[in-house]
Structures are given as structure tokens and as C-alpha cells.
Design a protein around this ligand. Structure first.
Ligand code: HEM
Length: 167
């Protein structure tokens, strides 16, 4: 599994499979979280609970499998000395925002599903849900920034057409 994730990625020439899959999964989870917010605003709470539950779990997969390992191996050993360097500082701020998002997100979905089973209201967790949403927004935006800072912008591979023969 780790060998597969450490293998060559498909978005840029320098990225790994783990980084590319993490980027796509994080963006997909963030789109789902946004759809979930729209569902809550239109008072479709049952659909909102399901969508947010799936999105929070989906988001946690690359964090647990890829990002925490990557942070432990490449950032943590040189902290706090390297905090003056831009990529390390950016990744650390990203990791803190992400950790807050994941912990709050997990807490809210567990409580939401418990209270739903008892038929109770979740309105007392409204502010916590707002804080979690902001943390996810920040972590995703910073995560995309981290990706570009480490691997660069995706570039289309040059198309190699055969050179025309001279007559
Ligand atoms: C809401 C939670 C989070 C979201 C949405 C998120 C999103 C992202 C995204 C989109 C990337 C770029 C893709 C990549 O390079 O893997 C990334 C990279 C990274 N994230 Fe997160 N992240 C979250 C939480 C965390 C946490 C909790 C940590 C560490 C404790 C962390 C550490 C990292 C590291 C080290 C990288 C660079 C990985 C690499 O070397 O490729 N992230 N994150």
C-alpha cells in the first residue's frame, strides 16, 4: 500500500500517487461538505446529516493514511527550527487547521448520529458545526497551496508528434 502511494503520481511530473489521490479526495470531500451546507440551509436535515457524515469520513482517509505519515517523516523532525521556512510553516498551519477540522467534524457526526437515534435536536452544536466548516475550508485551501508549493502547477505533457519528413 505504502509502496503504491509513494509511486509516481499523475497530476504533475514530481508528485507522488499519495499526494495526487489526497488532493483529489480532499477536494471531492470539500465539494460534498459544501453541498451538505446547502442542504442544511434548505432545511433538508436528514440528507444534510448523511452527506456530512460521508464527507467527514472520506476526508479523514487521506489524512490518516497519507498526510499524518508525511508530516511525521518530512516536517516534524525539523520543527520548530524550520518554522521560518515558508513551506514548513505553511504545512504546519495547514496541519493545525486540518486537525481541528477532523477532530470537530468527527465529534459532530458521532453526536449527530447518536442524537438522531434518540430523536433529539442537534441545534446546540450549530456553532461547533460552523467552526468545523471554517476549519475544513481553511485546511483544504491551504492543502491545495501546500501541494502547489511542493510539486508545482500541473503542466500538460508536451505532445510529441513525429517530425515531418523532408522530400
Ligand atoms: C480537514 C483536514 C485536511 C484537509 C482537507 C487536507 C488537505 C490537504 C491537501 C489537499 C493536500 C495536498 C495533497 C498532498 O500533497 O497530499 C495536503 C497535503 C498535506 N497535508 Fe493535509 N489536509 C488535512 C489535514 C491534515 C493534517 C491533520 C495533517 C497533519 C497532521 C496534514 C498534513 C499534510 C502534509 C504533510 C501534506 C503534504 C503531503 C505531501 O508531502 O504530499 N493535513 N493536505
Amino acid at each position: 500500500m505504502i509502496a503504491f502511494l509513494d509511486g509516481t503520481g499523475f497530476i504533475t511530473s514530481r508528485s507522488s500517487m499519495g499526494a495526487d489521490l489526497s488532493l483529489l479526495i480532499s477536494i471531492a470531500a470539500f465539494v460534498m461538505l459544501t453541498v451538505g451546507v446547502v442542504l442544511a440551509k434548505s432545511k433538508r436535515y436528514e440528507a444534510h446529516r448523511w452527506v456530512q457524515t460521508v464527507a467527514v469520513v472520506l476526508n479523514a482517509v487521506p489524512v490518516v493514511i497519507w498526510m499524518i505519515r508525511s508530516f511525521r517523516l518530512s516536517i516534524l523532525p525539523d520543527l520548530p527550527g524550520n518554522l521560518g521556512k515558508s513551506v514548513e510553516a505553511l504545512t504546519t498551519v495547514h496541519a493545525v487547521a486540518g486537525l481541528i477540522g477532523v477532530v470537530l467534524g468527527m465529534f459532530v457526526i458521532v453526536r449527530a448520529n447518536q442524537l438522531e437515534a434518540k430523536g433529539q435536536s442537534l441545534s446546540r452544536y450549530k456553532n461547533l458545526m460552523r467552526v468545523a466548516s471554517v476549519a475544513y475550508l481553511l485546511a483544504t485551501a491551504l492543502g491545495v497551496w501546500v501541494y502547489i508549493a511542493i510539486y508545482g502547477w500541473p503542466r500538460p505533457t508536451p505532445c510529441r508528434l513525429p517530425t515531418p519528413r523532408r522530400r
